[in-house]
Design a protein around this ligand. Structure first.
Ligand code: ZN
Length: 353
């Protein structure tokens, strides 16, 4: 990474700008922790509501935006699920996905592993095929259209039963859904990974990759459970590992990827301010961390915003920025060929053309 010294500048964007402008080229990264439903921008919520004849409980954009002050994970989830009511047709899911990819391309994302929550849609009467096909139809041509290779992760809601997850999983298998991995998200505390042992065993048997949210609001023991009981390859969030030195050592030794989402952690009060975020300590400990946007429409920014705000607070070195970008690529479920391409793009940024 020596060729990064004095390298490309991460673009400066105004914190909390509604529509940040990307003025210079950001680092090529893989986004590994992104919920497609969390990319639903207020403008699109209103547009889809109008198209589908749905009356929203907000008088306008300002009133909706005012609700984006969250006190914890649950207060966010309440709004997040309520807004999903506007997603009715395949076209709605496709439009949402297209809007994310367009914005992500400007943020430097070259590979994206996109989670969707099928249960959040089937539970309100939307057929599995509608949500899966709507998202997948756009992902199928994402590399040609946006320069972003993609894969789809079916994420399961941990506050629902394992039976519900298994039912939806079987539905995904029956329709031959183009999913590459399974994940576990939603309200963490009180819903430990061990609750989903059978689901993950089935997913592994089906040849799928495995990831799970753990150690965001939940304790470090949930990270241990995700590794030992679910057999995950990657941990989403994982920031509370820092409370357990033995676990940190294990994660470092095994190079377990942690998909960290700094702006999300601030908005959901996992940390008080960005200056209190453990990311620099995690890097210093040798943990395999990457920077991701989680639910960017709700948390104040996309991957480039996360990088620029981290940089504003911590003055990240070029080496660390490049390391974070390289970690994201290495930690992805992309093919070795695609990883090599992306690493070459990252390493070659300063090479004369
Ligand atoms: Zn998440």
């Amino acid at each position: 990474m020596d060729n990064f010294a004095g390298g490309t500048a991460v673009p400066e964007t105004e914190p909390d700008a509604a529509e940040p402008e990307v003025s210079s080229k950001p680092l090529p990264v893989a986004e590994l922790h992104l919920h497609i439903e969390g990319t639903l921008q207020p403008e699109l919520i209103f547009a889809l509501a109008e198209r589908n004849g749905i009356t929203l409980p907000y008088s306008g954009l300002d009133e909706l935006r005012a609700r984006y002050e969250f006190t914890d994970l649950q207060s966010f989830l309440d709004l997040y699920y309520a807004n999903m009511a506007v997603l009715q047709t395949e076209q709605d899911f496709a439009d949402m996905t297209r809007a994310y990819l367009e914005r992500a391309a400007a943020a430097g994302v070259r590979h994206a592993e996109i989670m969707m929550d099928p249960q959040a849609h089937t539970s309100r009467g939307i057929p599995l095929e509608t949500c899966v096909n709507g998202v997948a139809s756009v992902l199928a041509t994402s590399q040609e259209e946006f320069g972003i290779s993609t894969l789809l992760i079916a994420a399961f809601l941990r506050d629902l039963s394992e039976e519900s997850a298994l039912e939806v999983f079987d539905g995904l298998m029956a329709m031959n859904a183009p999913i590459a991995a399974v994940g576990l998200d939603s309200a963490e505390v009180g819903n430990p990974p061990s609750k989903f042992e059978r689901l993950y065993a089935k997913a592994r048997e089906a040849g799928l990759r495995l990831t799970a949210h753990a150690g965001e609001e939940g304790p470090p023991s949930y990270i241990v459970e995700a590794l030992d009981i679910l057999g995950v390859e990657r941990i989403d969030h994982g920031i509370r590992c820092m409370e357990d030195p033995d676990l940190v050592e294990r994660l470092v030794d095994a190079r377990i990827p942690l998909t960290v989402c700094p702006l999300s952690n601030v908005r959901l009060r996992a940390v008080d301010t960005l200056a209190d975020h453990p990311l620099p300590a995690m890097l210093a400990a040798g943990l395999n961390v990457s920077v991701n946007s989680d639910d960017p429409a709700y948390f104040g920014g996309y991957v480039d915003d996360n990088f620029s705000q981290l940089d504003a607070v911590f003055e990240l070195s070029d080496f660390d920025k490049a390391r974070l970008a390289a970690n994201s690529i290495h930690s992805s479920f992309a093919s070795e060929e695609r990883k090599s391409e992306l690493l070459a793009e990252l390493n070659g940024l300063e090479a004369p053309q």
